[in-house]
Ligand binder design. Structure first.
Ligand code: PHE
Length: 449
């Protein structure tokens, strides 16, 4: 067998992880969640959960990945005892399902980039969205996007992923900052910032059963946790890296970009004549950037071109995330079954494409909801919960030893991390999983009636 690959440079690893973290979660999910769950109130809870749960769980995935040098299934086979050997499957399954619909949504983003270039954003955003999200064209854009993902991952860690993210991540940062500067010049910017940035503690208290699971889910999704991406990416890492330091950079960049996207989206909405009430009604959920935002672009001078720039940014961000998910499933085939990279990538990529076809074809978003509820709200949290319990309570020594490598003096940080995992992380995740399971039951039981 060929020797297992590694990252060529430290920057390569950090950029790959940032590329994975920054994606549709930041640009598509984050603004609509802010809109749906009370503006700044959501933002505060989200930021708290990134620090309290997101970062500690990121360290869990990093330590497990680097310690074992394996994909999630192989990693857990190596360190797990008894049923814990199987936890890796939760991650790989979640990745498989999530990529299948992530790619469909990314395909719509490609389509909207084209609308922008053609100056074609409709003032009736809902009708245009309905026409985009089903049928053959949606399957085609899904196929185009998956083909790009397969091409990058097929080229390998250094020649494919590392090279791609070195171009893509700087591009995302520059474009996002540029868009924020543009948004700042718009007439509605002041009102938009006020909405986005002044938290109302009353709103948090009154709606915590909605806000908490949404914010926790978002914190996980945006940091690419619970799917084994960070296990896999850390498995290509040398022993001399300081995991906590790299993790902080990754979390900071991801959070900064999500936050900046809010500074882009809300001024555009407010200036394009789309009010907050409309954000939460018409454009709520999946339609947020596609309906509300494209409608606002349609109303702004030069909106077509600017919209195309916006959607192209989203497409690049989605690509650098999608490759990380495909890498998880591909590395499983390579490590565990000795398949060569190229055929492995093609095989899983095609399978994932096929699983996504129902989501792409059916324009009603029902399948999207099913996949999203199961993978994102249940599997993702479940995987992270099980692994946090395992590292926090059983594999404590492994975790501490691995976290300490490449660090001069870990001091009390190591044990603090373990105790954060043992109690608050587990409590939050159990509460979130319970609320999510109830929510999923509700969402799914009404769906196909
Ligand atoms: N973090 C990515 C985003 O914000 C999504 C993602 C989740 C990617 C899990 C990989 C793994 O869009």
């Amino acid at each position: 067998m060929v020797e297992r690959e590694t990252w060529a440079t430290r920057t390569g690893f950090i950029l790959a992880a940032v590329g994975s973290a920054v994606g549709l979660g930041n640009v598509w999910r984050f603004p609509y969640q802010v809109g749906e769950f009370g503006g700044a109130a959501f933002l505060v809870v989200y930021l708290a959960l990134i620090a309290l749960v997101g970062f500690p769980v990121l360290m869990v995935e990093f330590t497990v990945g680097r310690y074992t040098d394996r994909n999630p299934v192989g990693a857990l086979k190596q360190i797990g005892q008894g049923p814990a050997k199987r936890i890796g499957w939760v991650f790989v399954t979640a990745g498989f399902v999530i990529l299948s619909y992530y790619s469909v949504v990314a395909g719509w983003v490609l389509q909207y980039t084209a609308y922008g270039l053609q100056g074609n954003f409709a003032t009736d955003g809902a009708a245009q969205f309905g026409a985009t999200t089903g049928g053959a064209v949606s399957v085609l854009t899904h196929a185009i996007f998956m083909a790009a993902v397969i091409a990058v991952v097929g080229l390998g860690i250094r020649q494919g992923i590392e090279l791609a993210v070195k171009l893509m991540v700087p591009a995302i940062i520059l474009l996002t900052v540029g868009l924020a500067v543009y948004a700042f010049t718009l007439p509605g910017a002041g009102d938009a910032y006020a909405y986005y940035l002044s938290p109302d503690l009353g709103t948090i208290a009154a709606n915590w059963t909605d806000i908490l699971p949404a914010a926790a889910g978002q914190a996980f999704f945006t940091l690419s946790l619970g799917m084994g991406v960070m296990i896999t990416y850390a498995s290509y890492l040398g022993e001399d890296r300081n995991l906590a330091k790299d993790g902080l950079i990754i979390v900071a960049l991801d959070t900064a970009i999500a936050f900046t996207i809010g500074l882009v989206a809300f001024p555009i909405l407010f200036s394009g004549g789309v009010g907050v009430s409309e954000i939460t009604e018409v454009g709520a959920g999946a339609g947020f950037i596609f309906i509300s935002l494209s409608q606002a672009f349609a109303n702004l001078p030069l909106g077509g071109v600017l919209g195309a720039v916006f959607f192209a940014t989203v497409a690049i961000a989605a690509l650098s995330s999608a490759i990380s998910i495909l890498e998880v499933v591909t590395s499983y085939l390579i490590d565990e079954h000795g398949v060569d990279r190229a055929p492995a990538t093609l095989l899983v990529g095609t399978a994932i494409f096929l699983v996504g076809v129902p989501v792409a074809y059916d324009g009603g978003l029902s399948w999207l909801t099913v996949y999203d509820q199961l993978a994102n709200y249940i599997l993702l949290v479940l995987g992270a919960l099980l692994l946090s319990i395992y590292v926090g309570w059983v594999k404590t020594d492994m975790g501490l030893e691995e976290l300490g490598k490449g660090v001069k003096n870990l001091g009390a940080w190591g044990i603090t991390w373990i105790w954060v995992l043992r109690i608050p992380v587990i409590i939050v995740l159990v509460v979130v999983l319970t609320l999510n399971a109830m929510g999923a039951y509700e969402a799914l039981s009404g769906l196909f009636a």
